[in-house]
Design a protein around this ligand. Structure first.
Ligand code: S3P
Length: 434
């Protein structure tokens, strides 16, 4: 395990102004390596997210025998097709990355060997039945640690996977993608019915790499035994990383922040809808509308915010942004209610408990519910000792919260967690605070 650190956060800031080019999208970066690895030919990836989680995906595929070059301007994956993946000589360590372990299981489900995959102490608590059950139904043999559903998981693949009709019990792009990767290797046509629409990067990349997939509302149809061809890709900026600066620009006095090249796939833009519903000043310019590559410049400025309700089909469109949205709500007048978000309990940490506890320490008025939280605004924040719980998004949210603190200091434990998705986060915040 990497060393733990604590640090004194930047506090008491106003006048945040400037431009940030946020790092590459995490979900797309993972998938670009995976498709590159199973495709035939070279895949060249620009603006790849070089953060711990995506580097875990690179390491995993190197252990499976794929040559991946990390060049200054791009990542080059030398794919030789599904059958070139080889049994690794050791168990694969995917660190903190839920996306890596779950999608990888879908790929391994159709391979002719057995692999053990493990991660850090957060991964060891994350539920895997949601992936193992459908993959085992298709003919793979996946097992968790000592009869549980928890990692380390061992996946014994099968070259005769069968297609499945799968009605998803949870709204999860990771589960959907794991089943899609297995279905691409299976005999017959798979149908997946989503509970709610979740991020659709896997579907877009299947097409981009030359495969076929049919999407009709919540129903997805996919034929098995598909092969892919290497591609050139440019990953847009991650809206989930941009979200921290959107909120900073909205809640800090006299601020205006421009975020360039932010990915705007509609399955990811729930936070923009919420900001607008809360009366936030947000504009989008320089939009590129090419399918699967939607991106634009998002500009936010200090706003008089009002509380709102966030629930239902909106939740998967902003699931990773809920910690920073909770902070936003502490600065709005009136009540904000977040519900239908019980999935927050099984993220890198229990994000309902973490957000409620740490923001309460800083003076927020916020209550946990079974499936979300209720936030009363508008509350001033004060200093205190807080922790990220090893969760990157909790750590980044707390730094943005600290900027509002006018009395006392804020000490963040486990600040190293931010490198999971945004290694230069603190430097980028500092660049706006001149
Ligand atoms: C992701 C899906 C979401 C999200 C995670 C990334 C993906 O997880 O929270 O950060 O890339 O597919 P779930 O599928 O568990 O909702």
């Amino acid at each position: 395990m990497k060393g733990r650190h604590s640090m004194k956060l930047m506090t008491n800031k106003t006048n945040l102004t400037g431009t940030i080019k946020v790092p590459g999208d995490k979900s797309m970066s993972h998938r670009s390596i995976m498709f590159g690895a199973i495709a035939t030919g070279e895949t060249r990836i620009q603006h790849f997210l070089r953060a711990d989680d995506c580097l875990s995906t690179i390491n995993a595929f190197r252990q499976l025998g794929v040559q991946i070059d990390e060049m200054p301007e791009e990542i080059i994956v030398h794919g030789k097709g599904w059958d070139a993946l080889k049994q690794p000589s050791q168990a694969i360590n995917i660190g903190n990355s839920g996306t890596t372990i779950r999608l990888l299981m879908g790929i391994l489900a159709g391979r002719d060997f057995s692999t053990t995959v493990f991660g850090d102490e957060s991964i060891a608590k994350r539920p895997m039945n949601r992936v193992m059950l459908p993959l085992n139904q298709m003919g793979a043999d996946c097992k968790g640690k000592e009869g549980t559903e928890f990692p380390p998981v061992t996946v014994k693949g099968s070259t005769s996977l069968q297609a499945i009709h799968y009605e998803m019990p949870v709204a999860s792009a990771q589960v959907k993608s794991a089943v899609l990767f297995a279905a691409l290797q299976a005999e017959g046509e798979t149908t997946i019915v989503e509970k709610e629409k979740t991020r659709d990067h896997t579907e877009h990349m299947i097409r981009q790499f030359g495969g076929d997939i049919e999407v009709d509302g919540l129903t997805i149809r996919l034929k098995g035994k598909q092969e892919f061809t290497g591609q050139k890709m440019v990953v847009p900026g991650d809206i989930s990383s941009a979200a921290f600066f959107m909120v900073a620009g909205l809640i800090l006095p006299n601020s205006e922040i421009r975020l360039e090249n932010v990915g705007l796939n509609p399955t990811r833009t729930g936070i923009i809808d919420v900001i607008k519903a809360m009366n936030g000043q947000l504009t989008i310019t320089d939009e590129s509308r090419e399918t699967g590559k939607l991106a634009g410049t998002v500009t936010v400025s200090t706003s008089e915010l009002v509380g709102t309700e966030i629930s239902g089909e909106m939740i998967p469109r902003l699931i990773d942004e809920l910690p920073i949205i909770a902070l936003l709500a502490t600065q709005a007048t009136g009540k904000t209610i977040i519900k239908d978000a019980a999935e927050l309990k099984v993220k890198e940490t229990n994000r309902i408990d973490a957000v409620v506890k740490e923001l309460t320490t800083l003076g927020a008025v916020i209550t946990a519910t079974d499936d979300g939280m209720i936030i009363e605004g508008q509350t001033p924040l004060h200093g205190g000792n807080v922790t990220s719980y090893g969760d990157h998004r909790i750590g980044m949210m707390l730094q943005i919260a600290a900027l509002l603190v006018t009395t006392g200091e804020v000490e963040l434990e486990r600040s190293e967690a931010v490198s999971v998705s945004y290694p230069n986060f603190f430097e980028d915040v500092a660049s706006l605070c001149q």
